[in-house]
Design a protein around this ligand. Sequence first.
Ligand code: PLP
Length: 417
Amino acid sequence: NQPLSVVDPEIAEVLDLELGRQRDYLEMIASENFVPVSVLQSQGSVLTNKYAEGYPGRRYYGGCEFVDVAENLAIERAKSLFGAAYANVQPHSGASANAAVLSAIATPGDTILGLELAHGGHLTHGMKLNFSGKLYNAVSYGVNPETFQVDMDVVRDKALEHKPQVIIAGWSAYPRHLDFAAFRAIADEVGAKLWVDMAHFAGLVAAGLHPSPVPFADVVSSTVHKTIGGPRSGFIVSRDTELAKALNSNVFPGQQGGPLMHVIAAKATAFKIAATEEFRDRQARTLRGAALLAERLTAADTREAGIDVLTGGTDVHLVLADLRNSKIDGKQAEDVLHEALITVNRNSVPFDPRPPMVTSGLRIGTPALATRGFGDVEFTEVSDIIAQALLGADVAPLRERVQALTSRFPLYPELQQ
Ligand code: PLP
Protein backbone atom coordinates (compact mmCIF):
# COMPACT_ATOMS: atom_id res chain seq x y z
CA ASN A 1 0.00 0.00 0.00
CA GLN A 2 2.47 2.58 -1.20
CA PRO A 3 1.33 6.10 -2.18
CA LEU A 4 0.38 6.88 -5.77
CA SER A 5 3.63 8.76 -6.38
CA VAL A 6 5.51 5.49 -5.71
CA VAL A 7 3.11 2.99 -7.31
CA ASP A 8 2.40 5.01 -10.42
CA PRO A 9 4.51 8.15 -10.78
CA GLU A 10 3.19 8.75 -14.30
CA ILE A 11 -0.41 9.08 -13.07
CA ALA A 12 0.74 11.00 -9.98
CA GLU A 13 2.31 13.49 -12.36
CA VAL A 14 -0.96 13.82 -14.30
CA LEU A 15 -2.75 14.69 -11.05
CA ASP A 16 -0.10 17.27 -10.15
CA LEU A 17 -0.13 18.85 -13.57
CA GLU A 18 -3.93 19.00 -13.63
CA LEU A 19 -4.03 20.65 -10.20
CA GLY A 20 -1.52 23.19 -11.49
CA ARG A 21 -3.60 23.82 -14.60
CA GLN A 22 -6.77 24.33 -12.57
CA ARG A 23 -4.90 26.77 -10.32
CA ASP A 24 -3.22 28.74 -13.11
CA TYR A 25 -6.10 29.15 -15.58
CA LEU A 26 -9.41 30.91 -15.16
CA GLU A 27 -11.93 28.09 -15.58
CA MET A 28 -14.87 29.38 -17.58
CA ILE A 29 -16.28 26.21 -19.14
CA ALA A 30 -19.95 26.62 -18.27
CA SER A 31 -20.44 22.98 -17.24
CA GLU A 32 -17.46 22.83 -14.88
CA ASN A 33 -16.91 23.72 -11.25
CA PHE A 34 -14.56 23.03 -8.33
CA VAL A 35 -15.78 20.56 -5.73
CA PRO A 36 -14.98 21.33 -2.12
CA VAL A 37 -12.34 19.27 -0.31
CA SER A 38 -15.13 17.58 1.68
CA VAL A 39 -16.47 16.13 -1.59
CA LEU A 40 -13.00 15.03 -2.69
CA GLN A 41 -12.70 13.17 0.61
CA SER A 42 -15.80 11.03 0.02
CA GLN A 43 -14.86 10.38 -3.58
CA GLY A 44 -11.42 9.17 -2.58
CA SER A 45 -12.74 7.07 0.29
CA VAL A 46 -13.22 3.40 1.19
CA LEU A 47 -16.85 3.64 0.08
CA THR A 48 -15.52 2.92 -3.41
CA ASN A 49 -14.98 -0.67 -2.24
CA LYS A 50 -18.64 -1.39 -1.52
CA TYR A 51 -21.13 -3.21 -3.72
CA ALA A 52 -24.70 -2.13 -2.94
CA GLU A 53 -26.96 -3.20 -5.81
CA GLY A 54 -30.56 -2.38 -4.94
CA TYR A 55 -31.83 0.48 -2.80
CA PRO A 56 -31.44 1.34 0.92
CA GLY A 57 -32.98 -1.42 3.04
CA ARG A 58 -33.41 -3.62 -0.08
CA ARG A 59 -29.89 -4.54 -1.18
CA TYR A 60 -28.62 -7.60 -2.96
CA TYR A 61 -25.40 -7.55 -0.89
CA GLY A 62 -24.60 -7.79 2.80
CA GLY A 63 -22.75 -5.16 4.77
CA CYS A 64 -24.72 -2.22 3.41
CA GLU A 65 -25.75 -0.77 6.78
CA PHE A 66 -23.45 2.26 6.52
CA VAL A 67 -23.76 3.02 2.82
CA ASP A 68 -27.55 2.91 3.32
CA VAL A 69 -27.18 5.86 5.69
CA ALA A 70 -25.26 7.81 3.05
CA GLU A 71 -27.78 7.07 0.29
CA ASN A 72 -30.76 7.93 2.50
CA LEU A 73 -29.13 11.24 3.43
CA ALA A 74 -28.53 12.03 -0.24
CA ILE A 75 -32.15 11.15 -1.12
CA GLU A 76 -33.67 13.19 1.70
CA ARG A 77 -31.45 16.19 1.02
CA ALA A 78 -32.21 16.12 -2.72
CA LYS A 79 -35.94 15.98 -1.99
CA SER A 80 -35.80 18.84 0.47
CA LEU A 81 -33.55 20.99 -1.74
CA PHE A 82 -35.86 20.76 -4.75
CA GLY A 83 -39.24 20.41 -3.02
CA ALA A 84 -39.65 16.92 -4.47
CA ALA A 85 -41.51 13.89 -3.15
CA TYR A 86 -39.15 11.46 -4.93
CA ALA A 87 -35.41 11.32 -5.58
CA ASN A 88 -33.06 8.76 -7.07
CA VAL A 89 -29.40 9.55 -6.44
CA GLN A 90 -27.86 6.52 -8.13
CA PRO A 91 -27.30 7.69 -11.73
CA HIS A 92 -23.57 7.63 -12.47
CA SER A 93 -23.88 10.65 -14.77
CA GLY A 94 -26.32 13.05 -16.36
CA ALA A 95 -26.49 10.85 -19.45
CA SER A 96 -27.31 7.72 -17.45
CA ALA A 97 -29.99 9.62 -15.51
CA ASN A 98 -31.47 10.64 -18.85
CA ALA A 99 -31.35 7.10 -20.24
CA ALA A 100 -33.25 5.87 -17.16
CA VAL A 101 -35.81 8.67 -17.44
CA LEU A 102 -36.54 7.95 -21.08
CA SER A 103 -36.83 4.23 -20.57
CA ALA A 104 -39.21 4.86 -17.65
CA ILE A 105 -41.57 7.21 -19.47
CA ALA A 106 -41.33 6.08 -23.09
CA THR A 107 -41.22 2.90 -25.14
CA PRO A 108 -38.71 2.47 -27.97
CA GLY A 109 -40.26 3.85 -31.13
CA ASP A 110 -42.13 6.58 -29.26
CA THR A 111 -41.76 10.17 -30.40
CA ILE A 112 -39.73 12.54 -28.22
CA LEU A 113 -39.60 16.31 -28.79
CA GLY A 114 -36.60 18.28 -27.50
CA LEU A 115 -34.50 21.34 -28.22
CA GLU A 116 -32.40 20.90 -31.34
CA LEU A 117 -28.78 19.98 -30.54
CA ALA A 118 -27.40 22.75 -32.78
CA HIS A 119 -29.57 25.27 -30.92
CA GLY A 120 -28.32 24.31 -27.45
CA GLY A 121 -29.97 20.93 -26.75
CA HIS A 122 -28.13 17.91 -25.35
CA LEU A 123 -27.03 14.67 -27.02
CA THR A 124 -29.41 12.67 -24.80
CA HIS A 125 -32.40 14.68 -26.05
CA GLY A 126 -32.52 12.90 -29.41
CA MET A 127 -29.17 13.17 -31.22
CA LYS A 128 -29.12 10.48 -33.89
CA LEU A 129 -25.94 8.70 -32.73
CA ASN A 130 -27.08 8.73 -29.08
CA PHE A 131 -29.35 6.06 -27.55
CA SER A 132 -32.10 8.71 -27.48
CA GLY A 133 -31.98 9.16 -31.24
CA LYS A 134 -31.48 5.49 -32.01
CA LEU A 135 -34.26 4.07 -29.83
CA TYR A 136 -36.83 6.83 -30.16
CA ASN A 137 -38.32 8.84 -32.96
CA ALA A 138 -36.62 12.13 -32.09
CA VAL A 139 -38.02 15.40 -33.38
CA SER A 140 -36.97 18.88 -32.32
CA TYR A 141 -37.90 22.51 -31.87
CA GLY A 142 -35.36 25.24 -32.60
CA VAL A 143 -34.91 28.80 -31.40
CA ASN A 144 -36.48 31.73 -33.19
CA PRO A 145 -34.05 32.98 -35.91
CA GLU A 146 -34.51 36.62 -34.87
CA THR A 147 -34.62 36.45 -31.07
CA PHE A 148 -32.58 33.25 -30.65
CA GLN A 149 -35.02 32.31 -27.88
CA VAL A 150 -37.30 29.30 -27.60
CA ASP A 151 -40.66 30.33 -29.00
CA MET A 152 -43.50 28.53 -27.22
CA ASP A 153 -45.80 28.90 -30.22
CA VAL A 154 -43.29 26.89 -32.24
CA VAL A 155 -43.00 24.27 -29.48
CA ARG A 156 -46.79 23.97 -29.47
CA ASP A 157 -46.99 23.70 -33.26
CA LYS A 158 -44.32 20.97 -33.25
CA ALA A 159 -46.12 19.14 -30.45
CA LEU A 160 -49.44 19.29 -32.30
CA GLU A 161 -47.75 18.14 -35.51
CA HIS A 162 -45.77 15.21 -34.06
CA LYS A 163 -47.91 14.19 -31.06
CA PRO A 164 -44.86 13.18 -28.97
CA GLN A 165 -45.12 10.89 -25.97
CA VAL A 166 -42.41 12.95 -24.26
CA ILE A 167 -41.58 16.65 -24.39
CA ILE A 168 -38.12 17.62 -23.16
CA ALA A 169 -37.27 21.04 -21.75
CA GLY A 170 -33.64 21.66 -20.89
CA TRP A 171 -30.39 22.68 -22.53
CA SER A 172 -26.61 22.65 -22.56
CA ALA A 173 -26.12 26.01 -24.23
CA TYR A 174 -28.97 28.48 -23.87
CA PRO A 175 -28.84 31.71 -21.89
CA ARG A 176 -32.48 32.28 -20.91
CA HIS A 177 -35.15 30.88 -18.60
CA LEU A 178 -37.57 28.39 -20.10
CA ASP A 179 -41.30 28.81 -19.53
CA PHE A 180 -42.05 25.59 -17.64
CA ALA A 181 -45.75 26.43 -17.18
CA ALA A 182 -46.15 26.81 -20.94
CA PHE A 183 -44.33 23.51 -21.54
CA ARG A 184 -46.70 21.86 -19.03
CA ALA A 185 -49.76 23.24 -20.81
CA ILE A 186 -48.52 21.99 -24.18
CA ALA A 187 -47.67 18.56 -22.75
CA ASP A 188 -51.19 18.33 -21.29
CA GLU A 189 -52.74 19.43 -24.57
CA VAL A 190 -51.06 16.64 -26.54
CA GLY A 191 -51.05 14.03 -23.77
CA ALA A 192 -47.25 13.95 -23.42
CA LYS A 193 -45.09 13.51 -20.35
CA LEU A 194 -42.96 16.56 -19.54
CA TRP A 195 -39.34 15.83 -18.68
CA VAL A 196 -37.09 18.71 -17.63
CA ASP A 197 -33.32 18.24 -17.76
CA MET A 198 -32.00 20.90 -15.37
CA ALA A 199 -28.38 19.64 -15.52
CA HIS A 200 -27.02 23.12 -16.15
CA PHE A 201 -29.16 25.33 -13.97
CA ALA A 202 -29.89 23.03 -11.00
CA GLY A 203 -27.63 25.04 -8.66
CA LEU A 204 -29.51 28.22 -9.49
CA VAL A 205 -32.81 26.42 -8.84
CA ALA A 206 -31.52 25.09 -5.50
CA ALA A 207 -30.61 28.65 -4.51
CA GLY A 208 -34.04 29.96 -5.49
CA LEU A 209 -32.48 32.15 -8.20
CA HIS A 210 -34.04 30.39 -11.20
CA PRO A 211 -37.65 29.19 -11.67
CA SER A 212 -38.04 25.62 -10.48
CA PRO A 213 -39.24 23.04 -13.00
CA VAL A 214 -40.22 20.58 -10.26
CA PRO A 215 -43.85 21.74 -9.79
CA PHE A 216 -44.46 21.50 -13.55
CA ALA A 217 -42.59 18.45 -14.82
CA ASP A 218 -43.49 14.78 -14.51
CA VAL A 219 -39.81 14.13 -13.97
CA VAL A 220 -36.67 16.23 -13.61
CA SER A 221 -33.13 14.95 -14.23
CA SER A 222 -29.86 16.66 -13.46
CA THR A 223 -26.14 16.44 -13.04
CA VAL A 224 -24.49 17.30 -9.72
CA HIS A 225 -21.21 18.67 -11.09
CA LYS A 226 -22.22 21.81 -12.98
CA THR A 227 -23.77 24.77 -11.09
CA ILE A 228 -24.30 22.61 -7.99
CA GLY A 229 -20.55 22.03 -7.82
CA GLY A 230 -20.73 18.49 -6.45
CA PRO A 231 -19.25 15.19 -7.66
CA ARG A 232 -19.44 14.22 -11.34
CA SER A 233 -22.75 12.33 -11.41
CA GLY A 234 -26.52 12.55 -11.93
CA PHE A 235 -29.82 12.33 -10.07
CA ILE A 236 -33.56 12.35 -10.73
CA VAL A 237 -36.37 14.06 -8.78
CA SER A 238 -40.11 14.23 -9.14
CA ARG A 239 -42.87 16.29 -7.53
CA ASP A 240 -44.81 13.11 -6.71
CA THR A 241 -44.19 9.39 -6.39
CA GLU A 242 -46.30 8.29 -9.34
CA LEU A 243 -43.26 7.34 -11.41
CA ALA A 244 -41.12 6.20 -8.47
CA LYS A 245 -41.27 2.50 -9.25
CA ALA A 246 -40.67 2.93 -12.97
CA LEU A 247 -37.80 5.36 -12.42
CA ASN A 248 -36.10 3.24 -9.75
CA SER A 249 -36.26 0.07 -11.78
CA ASN A 250 -35.03 1.82 -14.89
CA VAL A 251 -31.97 3.16 -13.05
CA PHE A 252 -31.28 -0.23 -11.40
CA PRO A 253 -31.40 -2.81 -12.90
CA GLY A 254 -32.49 -1.04 -16.10
CA GLN A 255 -29.39 1.01 -16.82
CA GLN A 256 -26.88 0.35 -14.09
CA GLY A 257 -25.41 -2.29 -11.80
CA GLY A 258 -23.75 -1.38 -8.52
CA PRO A 259 -24.18 2.25 -7.45
CA LEU A 260 -21.02 4.32 -6.84
CA MET A 261 -21.40 4.68 -3.07
CA HIS A 262 -18.40 6.99 -2.69
CA VAL A 263 -20.00 9.34 -5.22
CA ILE A 264 -23.43 9.03 -3.58
CA ALA A 265 -21.90 10.05 -0.24
CA ALA A 266 -20.29 13.02 -1.97
CA LYS A 267 -23.68 13.93 -3.49
CA ALA A 268 -25.17 13.97 0.01
CA THR A 269 -22.52 16.49 1.08
CA ALA A 270 -23.01 18.60 -2.05
CA PHE A 271 -26.78 18.76 -1.40
CA LYS A 272 -26.14 19.72 2.23
CA ILE A 273 -23.88 22.56 1.10
CA ALA A 274 -26.43 23.61 -1.53
CA ALA A 275 -28.95 24.37 1.22
CA THR A 276 -26.69 26.98 2.86
CA GLU A 277 -26.69 30.77 2.65
CA GLU A 278 -23.08 30.64 1.45
CA PHE A 279 -24.17 28.54 -1.54
CA ARG A 280 -26.93 31.02 -2.35
CA ASP A 281 -24.39 33.84 -2.27
CA ARG A 282 -22.15 31.87 -4.63
CA GLN A 283 -25.01 31.35 -7.10
CA ALA A 284 -25.86 35.05 -6.89
CA ARG A 285 -22.23 35.93 -7.71
CA THR A 286 -22.36 33.40 -10.58
CA LEU A 287 -25.36 35.21 -12.07
CA ARG A 288 -23.86 38.67 -11.55
CA GLY A 289 -20.64 37.52 -13.19
CA ALA A 290 -22.47 36.31 -16.28
CA ALA A 291 -24.50 39.54 -16.47
CA LEU A 292 -21.31 41.65 -16.21
CA LEU A 293 -19.67 39.58 -18.95
CA ALA A 294 -22.70 39.98 -21.24
CA GLU A 295 -22.61 43.72 -20.61
CA ARG A 296 -18.91 43.97 -21.47
CA LEU A 297 -19.24 41.89 -24.64
CA THR A 298 -22.05 44.15 -25.89
CA ALA A 299 -20.11 47.40 -25.31
CA ALA A 300 -19.37 49.76 -28.20
CA ASP A 301 -15.83 48.50 -28.93
CA THR A 302 -16.75 44.81 -29.13
CA ARG A 303 -19.94 45.50 -31.08
CA GLU A 304 -17.95 47.51 -33.61
CA ALA A 305 -15.68 44.50 -34.10
CA GLY A 306 -18.72 42.32 -34.81
CA ILE A 307 -18.64 40.63 -31.40
CA ASP A 308 -22.01 40.28 -29.72
CA VAL A 309 -23.98 38.17 -27.25
CA LEU A 310 -26.82 35.86 -28.28
CA THR A 311 -30.22 37.11 -27.05
CA GLY A 312 -28.49 40.32 -25.94
CA GLY A 313 -27.78 39.07 -22.42
CA THR A 314 -28.32 36.22 -20.01
CA ASP A 315 -30.61 35.01 -17.21
CA VAL A 316 -28.26 32.24 -16.12
CA HIS A 317 -24.65 31.27 -15.43
CA LEU A 318 -23.41 31.45 -19.01
CA VAL A 319 -23.04 33.81 -21.92
CA LEU A 320 -23.07 32.78 -25.56
CA ALA A 321 -20.70 35.05 -27.45
CA ASP A 322 -21.87 35.57 -31.02
CA LEU A 323 -18.96 35.86 -33.45
CA ARG A 324 -20.90 35.47 -36.69
CA ASN A 325 -20.00 39.01 -37.78
CA SER A 326 -16.51 39.14 -36.36
CA LYS A 327 -13.19 38.31 -38.05
CA ILE A 328 -12.30 36.05 -35.15
CA ASP A 329 -14.08 32.67 -35.27
CA GLY A 330 -14.90 30.34 -32.36
CA LYS A 331 -11.75 28.25 -32.72
CA GLN A 332 -9.46 31.28 -32.85
CA ALA A 333 -11.29 32.85 -29.91
CA GLU A 334 -10.93 29.67 -27.83
CA ASP A 335 -7.21 29.56 -28.69
CA VAL A 336 -6.47 33.20 -27.93
CA LEU A 337 -8.27 32.93 -24.57
CA HIS A 338 -6.26 29.81 -23.80
CA GLU A 339 -3.09 31.82 -24.44
CA ALA A 340 -4.45 34.41 -22.04
CA LEU A 341 -4.89 31.61 -19.42
CA ILE A 342 -8.68 31.50 -19.72
CA THR A 343 -10.43 28.19 -20.51
CA VAL A 344 -13.71 28.31 -22.45
CA ASN A 345 -15.25 26.19 -25.16
CA ARG A 346 -16.16 27.19 -28.67
CA ASN A 347 -19.74 26.51 -29.53
CA SER A 348 -21.82 26.58 -32.68
CA VAL A 349 -24.46 29.27 -32.59
CA PRO A 350 -27.89 28.46 -34.03
CA PHE A 351 -27.86 28.87 -37.84
CA ASP A 352 -24.05 28.96 -37.66
CA PRO A 353 -22.46 29.80 -41.03
CA ARG A 354 -19.10 28.28 -39.95
CA PRO A 355 -18.40 24.52 -39.72
CA PRO A 356 -18.79 22.69 -36.35
CA MET A 357 -15.02 22.37 -35.76
CA VAL A 358 -14.63 26.13 -36.22
CA THR A 359 -17.95 27.64 -35.07
CA SER A 360 -19.05 31.24 -34.60
CA GLY A 361 -19.55 31.19 -30.88
CA LEU A 362 -18.11 30.75 -27.41
CA ARG A 363 -19.91 29.37 -24.38
CA ILE A 364 -18.52 31.16 -21.34
CA GLY A 365 -19.65 30.26 -17.82
CA THR A 366 -19.05 31.79 -14.40
CA PRO A 367 -19.81 28.98 -11.85
CA ALA A 368 -16.22 27.83 -11.26
CA LEU A 369 -14.91 31.34 -10.76
CA ALA A 370 -17.74 32.16 -8.37
CA THR A 371 -16.74 29.05 -6.41
CA ARG A 372 -13.17 30.33 -6.44
CA GLY A 373 -14.49 33.44 -4.70
CA PHE A 374 -14.90 35.96 -7.51
CA GLY A 375 -17.34 38.83 -7.05
CA ASP A 376 -18.29 41.91 -9.09
CA VAL A 377 -14.81 43.46 -9.10
CA GLU A 378 -13.10 40.31 -10.34
CA PHE A 379 -15.81 39.46 -12.88
CA THR A 380 -15.57 43.00 -14.27
CA GLU A 381 -11.82 42.52 -14.66
CA VAL A 382 -12.19 39.05 -16.26
CA SER A 383 -14.85 40.36 -18.65
CA ASP A 384 -12.53 43.11 -19.82
CA ILE A 385 -9.63 40.68 -20.25
CA ILE A 386 -11.87 38.48 -22.44
CA ALA A 387 -13.07 41.45 -24.48
CA GLN A 388 -9.50 42.70 -25.00
CA ALA A 389 -8.32 39.23 -26.03
CA LEU A 390 -11.11 38.91 -28.59
CA LEU A 391 -10.32 42.39 -29.88
CA GLY A 392 -6.77 41.27 -30.59
CA ALA A 393 -4.88 43.00 -27.75
CA ASP A 394 -1.34 41.91 -26.90
CA VAL A 395 -1.65 38.68 -24.87
CA ALA A 396 1.31 39.13 -22.47
CA PRO A 397 -0.28 41.92 -20.37
CA LEU A 398 -3.57 39.99 -20.35
CA ARG A 399 -1.80 36.94 -18.91
CA GLU A 400 -0.36 39.16 -16.18
CA ARG A 401 -3.83 40.42 -15.31
CA VAL A 402 -5.06 36.82 -15.10
CA GLN A 403 -2.08 35.86 -12.91
CA ALA A 404 -2.89 38.73 -10.56
CA LEU A 405 -6.38 37.25 -10.13
CA THR A 406 -5.35 33.60 -9.74
CA SER A 407 -2.76 34.50 -7.13
CA ARG A 408 -5.31 36.48 -5.12
CA PHE A 409 -7.74 33.52 -5.15
CA PRO A 410 -5.69 30.39 -4.42
CA LEU A 411 -7.37 27.13 -5.39
CA TYR A 412 -7.16 24.12 -3.06
CA PRO A 413 -4.48 25.65 -0.81
CA GLU A 414 -4.95 22.61 1.44
CA LEU A 415 -3.75 20.24 -1.29
CA GLN A 416 -0.05 19.63 -1.81
CA GLN A 417 1.44 19.86 -5.23
N1 PLP B 1 -27.97 16.98 -19.75
C1 PLP B 1 -27.53 18.20 -20.06
C2 PLP B 1 -28.50 19.29 -20.34
C3 PLP B 1 -26.15 18.44 -20.12
O1 PLP B 1 -25.69 19.63 -20.46
C4 PLP B 1 -25.26 17.36 -19.85
C5 PLP B 1 -23.80 17.52 -19.86
O2 PLP B 1 -23.20 18.10 -20.65
C6 PLP B 1 -25.80 16.10 -19.56
C7 PLP B 1 -27.16 15.95 -19.51
C8 PLP B 1 -24.95 14.88 -19.41
O3 PLP B 1 -24.21 14.84 -18.28
P1 PLP B 1 -22.96 13.83 -18.18
O4 PLP B 1 -21.86 14.48 -18.94
O5 PLP B 1 -22.74 13.74 -16.70
O6 PLP B 1 -23.38 12.52 -18.76
